[in-house]
Write a protein that binds this ligand. Structure first.
Ligand code: PMP
Length: 434
């Protein structure tokens, strides 16, 4: 079609002749890692040549799409599951089932790790999520419930449904709405001890103290539901504060001028942003926010946009744009951790994100998802706004791969029907702006 040909025709001569020296393939790690969890994290930081050269600013992307579940969410899923095991909320051998409300990536990450640890998974999601995410979840053996998109105040909203399902799965009065609530019910109340072999506890990574009582033994033998709750669960923030943030610090030897991220739950920007600020409070932490999200206004003016506007244009708290995974219209625990440290925000249009994704394939061979594209548009906007061109460094997150987005963001016909232009020139103009 005309749309597909349009960027083929834009092929330009390179300014610099390519080097024909064979490049050695470097090992990311010389260890043998243990199972799928061993593949999570320690991702490379890639210098994005086209943008860095055009701006005179180093744009570095953390290649999170290389995680085994295909996105940055692997880190969060692993940490939520490990923390829950440590706290005694999940036990592999009792038929525990993990419940989550998610538009996709987190579900895939949870299902990946759950498979390796012997848990069942139920994912509740809106029925307009890109089809490839549904297929991946089915391939990973997750049970899926697709619900009509609804407002967060609606009981039938997907996150609320996941919470309810988890509650119904276990004993009603033992399980409550959040992991924090659930934990309260697990604090040992009797001293009657049962014999639990150290090896079993060790194998599970479960706190021995929690196992040494009757209640716990009862709990252990009953199938349980665990609501992962990525929006409110602090393990989400911790995965980035203890993992991604320190990795970036190490990889850059601390030379970072700004960190840019979108926010879906807020975990990434909160965890990495707070870690970087603890190391060096001068590092700018900047939000990239897609059209229709309330966060931009929250950062700039202290208020989410008004409810009327929200109800008129948005169908759920995950914002209705072609960009999936980031943008939100309510405050979550993880986001609350981030707000005090966010220095600036940029609103990114669908057309800009689409343009960036095509620009990067055309110039760099980088085939990225929609939130990565948003982040990189924000990198360009920040460099221009700050007047940076002397090798300053901006680090951002390349959250997932383009192949997760064939049915919407990487579907030219879909974009056509939605009236979103596919035009590399939009990014070229941003780069050429004074
Ligand atoms: N990009 C993608 C593809 C995602 O799925 C998500 C998570 N919803 C994000 C970015 C945002 O990350 P966070 O939830 O940590 O704000």
């Amino acid at each position: 079609t005309a749309v597909v040909q349009s960027y083929g025709q834009r092929r330009r001569k390179r300014d610099i002749a390519p080097s024909f020296e064979p490049r050695p393939i470097e090992l990311r790690t010389d260890e043998i890692v243990d199972g799928v969890a061993g593949l999570i994290g320690n991702t490379p930081l890639v210098r994005i040549k086209s943008l860095s050269d055009a701006l005179g600013v180093e744009v570095l992307g953390k290649a999170e799409f290389l995680n085994p579940g295909g996105s940055v969410k692997d880190r969060v899923a692993l940490r939520m599951i490990e923390d829950a095991e440590r706290q005694g909320l999940l036990h592999p051998y009792t038929g525990s089932r993990i419940f989550e409300g998610t538009v996709g990536s987190t579900g895939i990450s949870i299902a990946t790790i759950a498979r390796a640890r012997g848990y069942e998974v139920t994912i509740i999601m809106p029925d307009d999520v890109a089809e490839e995410k549904v297929k991946a979840l089915l391939a990973l053996g997750a049970d899926i419930e697709r619900v009509r998109p609804a407002s967060i105040v609606d009981k039938k909203q997907f996150v609320n449904m996941a919470r309810d399902r988890a509650r119904q799965f276990g004993t009603e009065d033992e399980l409550n709405s959040s992991p924090a609530e659930q934990r309260k019910h697990l604090l040992p109340t009797s001293s009657s001890s049962v014999v639990v072999t150290t090896t079993a506890a060790e194998a599970l990574g479960v706190d021995q103290a929690l196992l040494n009582n009757q209640e716990e033994e009862e709990f252990r033998t009953k199938p349980r539901g665990f609501f992962a709750d990525q929006f409110e669960n602090r393990s989400n923030h911790d995965a980035h504060f203890d993992g991604t943030g320190p990795e970036i610090w190490r990889q850059t030897s601390g030379r970072v001028d700004a960190f840019i991220s979108g926010a879906g739950t807020g975990g990434t920007i909160a965890g990495i942003g707070r870690f970087l600020k603890t190391e060096n409070e001068d590092i700018l932490v900047v939000l990239s926010d897609p059209e229709g999200s309330g966060l931009y206004n929250k950062v700039k003016y202290g208020v989410m946009f008004d409810r009327k506007e929200a109800e008129g244009t948005k169908r759920r708290h995950q914002v209705d744009t072609v960009v999936e995974g980031i943008g939100i219209n309510r405050l979550t625990h993880n986001l609350e951790l981030a707000l005090p440290i966010i220095d600036d925000a940029f609103r990114i249009t669908d057309a800009e994100a689409v343009s960036m994704s095509r620009y990067l394939v055309h110039n760099d061979g980088l085939f990225l998802g929609s939130s990565s594209a948003c982040n990189l548009v924000a990198c360009v906007k920040l460099a221009k706004k700050m007047g940076w061109k002397d090798g300053q460094r901006i680090v951002t997150i390349l959250c997932d791969h383009g192949s997760r987005h064939y049915s919407k963001f990487w579907n030219d016909e879909y974009l056509h029907r939605a009236g979103i232009p596919i035009d590399i020139k939009i990014v070229e103009d941003l780069l050429n702006a004074p």
